[in-house]
Design a protein. Sequence first.
Length: 254
Amino acid sequence: MTRDGCGETKGCLFKPAGCDPMRDCTQSIIFYVSGPNMLMIQLSATSLVPPPPLQYMAVAFSKDLAMGDDYVAECVMSPNANEEFASTEVFLSYNIGKSNDRTSLNSTENQVMIRDVQGEVLDSRLHCQFSLTIIPQMPTKGGRLWNLNHKFYVFGATGSSEADHINVHDLNMDSHFYPLVSGRRINPSVIGEQLYELPKPYKSPPPPPIPLTTTTQTPTVITVTHNNSADRLPYFYVNLYITILIILLSKARL
């Protein structure tokens, strides 16, 4: 984590200004495009005094200079390298007003959004880096996962953390641990030695079509029944007529 490339191929925020992120910065943020649709984020902070069981370093992307409605990525680790919390974990969260709410991701979603997590504690300094997806290729969790191909104010903060949430940062504006913020809006997706074509924002697949209900009509069969008696009726009258005719002829001869 060095200042090389800052302002050219890297976006950098340091506190105090001009400090060395490996030696005397109380807080540092470096970010740059590291691959297709991936933003490398490097964070460092001095351990709080006294060191808490867990400490976080967070970067937030905001549309304004006020806290609230911000997209946050937080790196949580132990300043003491405690066996129970030896690993470095990165979470995504969202600032709702003045409070922070962690975004729930399952393991697959977490792998889509966050990669290459590394962390170490060196000489009472915490260092963390990870790759964050620039344009989420998954549902945005109700607008909590942002497309970073836009201009934002970039915030940095550090403070104590619990296992399931981060605590409020230092509120003393004169403190070295008070949050730092960029002096202007920055588009993080256009900073890097090499830039890549970005994918289109994720769109939820359309719902499956509603199956059509088909009605099968049973053909109507008309059965014609022949009445044999009716068919023989004309022959009966013919025979009767012939019989009467024969009788009349016989009487006429007499």
